[in-house]
Every structure is written in C-alpha cells, then in structure tokens.
Design a binder for this molecule. Structure first.
Ligand code: PEP
Length: 261
C-alpha cells in the first residue's frame, strides 16, 4: 500500500490574513518554481480561523495545489456557543483537513481525549479529515511509558468510529517535549511509536484501515531532519509548526525526496 505523504504546516496564532495570502503565494510559487510537481506530496497549511476565507479565495482563484486546514473545531453543530466555529462552517470554506487535540489545546484549554473524539465525529460528519494529535510529555518519556501513553490516547480519540469515518482520519504523533523546543525525536523514536499506533489500528479496526491510514510525525521538523524521518516505513508525513511559517523552508520540507540523508 502506498500512502500519499502529507506535509501540514501549523501556523498556530501567527500571520494575519494579508500575511497569510503572501505566505501561501510564496509557498505555491516556490514549489512550482522548483519545477517539481508536488502532486505526489499533499501540502496543507493550517492558518488561524481569520485567514481561512482569504486563503480559500487565493487558492481557488489561482487554482493552487496547496490545501488548507483549520487548527481546531467545535464539537457542536451550531447554536449558542460563543467563540466557537463549527465543522459545517469549515466545510463551507473548503477546508480539507482540521487539526484536533493539539497538545497546546490539551494543555491550555484542558481538552480531553473524549472531547477530541467528539470533534473527530463532528468533522467526519462534514467530510473533513481530522488530523488527530497525540503524544507524550517529557516525564512519561523519561519513565519509558511513551508507547503505552500514546496508544491510550489513540484508543480514546478513535473510540467507536465507523470504518468510513476512519478513512477520514490522519494521526499526528507529536511528543510534547519535541514541540517548539528544537528537540526533535530521532527517526527511530518516531518509528517506534508510529509503528505501534499502526499496530493498534489493526487491532481496533482492520489491517486494511491501518495500512491506508496516514500517520505523521510532529516536533521540531525542519528541512535538515525531514528526510531521515520520512525514510522510516511508518512515517507518512509531518505536522510542522515553526518551520512552516517560512514558505521557502516549508517548501524544502515538502520536497524531502530531493534531500540526501
Ligand atoms: C506543532 O505545533 O504541531 C509543532 C510540531 O511545532 P514545531 O514544529 O514548532 O515543533
């Protein structure tokens, strides 16, 4: 089974809508300018909510190959939920993906696996692919319990989903200690946990679903380390934070196949 590599740039709370347009233009231009098709790598940017309409307008008008995603979604469909954004609203904006359960949402907003599960369902109902973030904090890694900890998160975030919903799920393994710290997990560390996640999906669902599910690594990915990570059999792409704010650097990450390990 060949899984299409996915490179998703999580901008977090950076870049306003004008900066977003300039960044996506430069990213698309850099990818095309290299005369390399990025058709065999899916390239996604995850701007703040306020940028999405501008990015949609640009992507549609210029027929860019770059896709875009939101960084979060409400579990509710509509109604009196001040400040929240529904999956239906994101679908209307043409979002192909949405990140859920990022460690920053878990840490600063107390999001649980049960809530992430509800958000995944809300997205699936609108045909949006959820990028479900999981990963252990440093103390868990030090205690050697990182695999068990992360598998429990996966089990709870994906609990009781239908097979057709699972086709719309991407998992991002992001060890919390590697996010924004410059401390990248080794390719072997990433493979250990991502391989175990795939094994769990076989157990929970089926070999076919596990085989087609894309599982990303995230945590201080840069153009200098992406090729080594992507060389691992179960690593299907990256969720990139800081390095995705620079379109030239992010384009280099997307063109990981050109790098020499
Ligand atoms: C992230 O925010 O998901 C992330 C992986 O950030 P960084 O690449 O900056 O570590």
């Amino acid at each position: 089974m060949t899984r299409t590599p996915l490179m998703a740039g999580n901008w977090k709370m950076n870049l306003d809508h004008l900066e977003a347009v300039a960044t996506v233009q430069k990213l698309a231009w850099t990818l095309d300018d290299a005369k390399h098709s990025y058709g065999d790598v899916e390239v996604v940017v995850c701007p703040p909510f306020t940028d999405l309409r501008s990015v949609q307008t640009l992507v549609e008008a210029d027929k860019l190959g770059v896709k875009y995603a939101a960084q979060d979604v409400s579990k509710h469909t509509h109604g009196a939920y001040t400040g929240e954004i529904s999956a239906k609203m994101l679908a209307k904006l043409g979002c192909a993906y949405t990140v859920v359960g990022h460690s920053e949402r878990r840490e600063y907003h107390g999001e649980s696996d049960a809530l992430v599960n509800e958000k995944v369902r809300a997205l699936c109902a609108e045909g949006i692919t959820a990028i479900v973030c999981v990963g252990e904090p440093l103390e868990i890694r030090k205690a050697g319990e990182h695999v068990a900890y992360t598998l429990k998160q996966v089990r709870d975030c994906l609990a009781d989903l239908d097979d057709n919903h699972l086709a719309q799920v991407v998992i991002a393994y992001e060890p919390v200690w590697a996010i924004g710290t410059g401390e990248v997990a080794t390719a072997d560390d990433a493979q250990e946990v991502i391989g175990a996640i795939r094994g769990l999906v076989v157990e929970m669902y089926s070999a076919e679903i596990a085989d087609s599910m894309r599982i990303l690594y995230g945590g201080s990915v840069k153009s200098s380390n992406v090729a080594e990570l992507m060389a691992k059999p179960d690593v299907d792409g990256a969720l990139v934070g800081g390095a995705s704010l620079d379109p030239v650097e992010f384009a280099k990450i997307c063109r990981f196949r050109e790098h020499v390990i």
